[in-house]
Design a protein around this ligand. Structure first.
Ligand code: 13P
Length: 257
């Protein structure tokens, strides 16, 4: 993890009302105070309805956690019923935006082109994208993991300024490992994260490859985080279920530091 700060992100998905989210961020703040962590960036990604409440608590209590969103639209404004724009998120001090999560690709028909637009819109609004890529079990069994994830990443980064790529995060989340209790092995996680970094090098140059942070995601928990994050190309984790438990999430942060 040469010179890169790990980033541990909690994707709360469609959990927690704004009132529950306030309790979780407060408990997380206490849990992180007790955690021995060094030089780890932490973000939480509440549902849109809870962003403002969580932001207020983070700001008021000066909690060392960045606010994140789970999705964004690519336009600044317009007739897009139900969507949320990058400008709206940036005004709430949102720092990180997940784009291209496999649940959006699978259930909401998000294409590589839409992911690419969302990524560029996030950067334009001054926020950092966390660009998710990952293969299905069928693709893995067919031996296509590297081609699939590198293809998704190349499509997402098409036309993006290499200097911006150095600052962004990529999350390798094998679809078959999400919410299933199954993980990639630490060696697999390292190998795919390394392949993603080399792909960044090919499209965007050595500085971008050295700077980009590549997270692993998929059934990460307090018990397996240290192993999964040990690889030199694994720069932290994108955590779903286990991020809803403040103590467990703080332990993952500790394991990354
Ligand atoms: P789980 O940690 O619940 O497997 O979810 C991973 C994920 O999708 C994070 O974005």
């Amino acid at each position: 993890m040469t010179g890169r700060r790990p980033l541990v992100s909690g994707n709360w998905k469609m959990h927690l009302t704004h009132l529950e989210a306030i309790q979780v961020i407060q408990k997380l703040s206490y849990a992180l105070d007790r955690t021995d962590r060094q030089a780890v960036d932490v973000s939480v990604h509440p549902a849109f309805t809870a962003l403002r409440s969580v932001q207020t608590v983070i700001d008021a209590d000066e909690i060392p956690v960045a606010l994140g969103a789970q999705d964004v639209h690519w336009e600044e404004k317009g007739a897009w019923t139900g969507e949320v724009s990058p400008v709206m998120l940036a005004k709430l001090n949102v720092r990180y935006v997940i784009v291209g999560h496999s649940e959006r690709r699978q259930h909401f028909g998000e294409t590589d082109d839409m992911v690419a637009r969302k990524l560029r819109a996030t950067l334009r609004a001054g926020m950092t994208p966390i660009c998710c890529v990952g293969e299905t079990l069928a693709q893995r069994d067919a031996g296509h993991t590297h081609d699939v994830v590198v293809g998704q990443l190349r499509a997402a980064l098409d036309g993006v300024d290499p200097a911006a790529v150095a600052g962004l995060a990529v999350a390798y989340e094998p679809v078959w490992a999400i919410g299933t209790g199954r993980n990639a092995t630490p060696d697999d996680a390292q190998a795919v994260c390394a392949a993603l970094r080399s792909a960044v090098g090919e499209c965007c140059g050595a500085d971008a490859a050295a700077g980009v942070r590549v997270q692993y995601g998929g059934s990460v928990n307090a018990g397996n985080a240290a192993e999964l994050l040990a690889g030199p190309d694994v720069d932290g984790a994108l955590v779903g279920g286990a991020s809803l438990d403040p103590d467990g999430f703080a332990a993952i942060v500790g394991a990354a530091g």
